[in-house]
Write a protein that binds this ligand. Sequence first.
Ligand code: MN
Ligand code: MN
Length: 297
Amino acid sequence: MTTTDRAIAAYLGLAIGDALGATVEFMTPREIAAQYGIHDTLCGGGWLHLKPGKVTDDTTMSLALGRSILAQGKVDALAVAQAFDAWMRAKPVDIGNTVRRNLMQFRKTGSPTASYSDHDAGNGAAMRILPIALVTIGQAEETVRAACRAQAHITHNSVLSDAACECLVFMVQDALRGADKNHLLHQHVHPLVAKHPEFKFRDISQSNNPSGYVVDTLHAVFQSFFDTDGFSDCLIDVVNRGGDADTTGAIAGMLAGAVYGRQVIPEEWVKTLDTDIRRLCEAQACALMQLANEPPK
Ligand code: MN
Ligand code: MN
C-alpha cells in the first residue's frame, strides 16, 4: 500500500465518518439504540435532515483548507482565513459557534489569528487538520507544528486544541508511512497524555455522548480507535456513542483510513458517499501528496 493510497483512505474515512455520524449527532447512545439498533448506514437524516451520503462542516472545512493550500502552494494563514470566510458565506449546512464567532472577528480585524482563549478548546480546528498532515509530511517537526497552529488559530487559539491538532497530525503522518496503532499510541498519544493529563482515555469510564470539547471528543475517538480492530468496527463504535458523532466519526475515520487503508473501506459506504465529495477527497489527497513531495517554494 502506498502513502498516497493511505492518504486517499484517510480523506474518504473523514468524509464517511462525518456522513455516518451526522445522522446521530446530538443523540444519546440510548436514543440511537431505540431508533436504529446499531447505526451503521449512510442513511442521512439527523437534526440537519441530510440526504443519504451528505457530509457536514467537518469535511467541507477540510476541503476548503486543502483547496487554499493547493492554490497557494503552501499553508498561508491569511489565504486560509479568506477561504474559511468564503466557505461561511456559502451557507454551509452546519457551523460551530467558535468557528462562526472568530470568522466574524476575522472579517472585522483582517487578522487570521483569533485571540487566545482557554474557552476555545472545541474540536473545530482538530476536525479539519487532514490537509496539513498530508502537505507537511516529511518536514521538520517545528514546521509541521507551525502549520498546524497557523490553520487552527484562525478560529481556535487554545493550548488544548493545539495539543490535539498536533498529536492527530503526527499520528496521521506516521500512519501514512505504515506505522501500526501501537506505534501511534506510544509515540504520540502517551506523550500527549503525559503533557496534558486531561486526554487520558484509558481507566476512565466509557466516553458516551462526547461533547464538542476537544478533550471529550478525543476520549471517544481514542477509545474506539484503539479498542477495535478494523475500519468499519471503529467507525460504528464511535458514532454509536452519539454526542458530537459527525466529528468523532470524521476524526476516527481519518485515523482508521490512514492505518487500515483503502481496501477495507466498505464499498457500500464509498458508493453512498456524495459523489462530488468523494471525487474532491480523492483528488485533494493526491494533489496534496504531490505538493508535499515538491521542493518548497
Ligand atoms: Mn459537522
Ligand atoms: Mn459535529
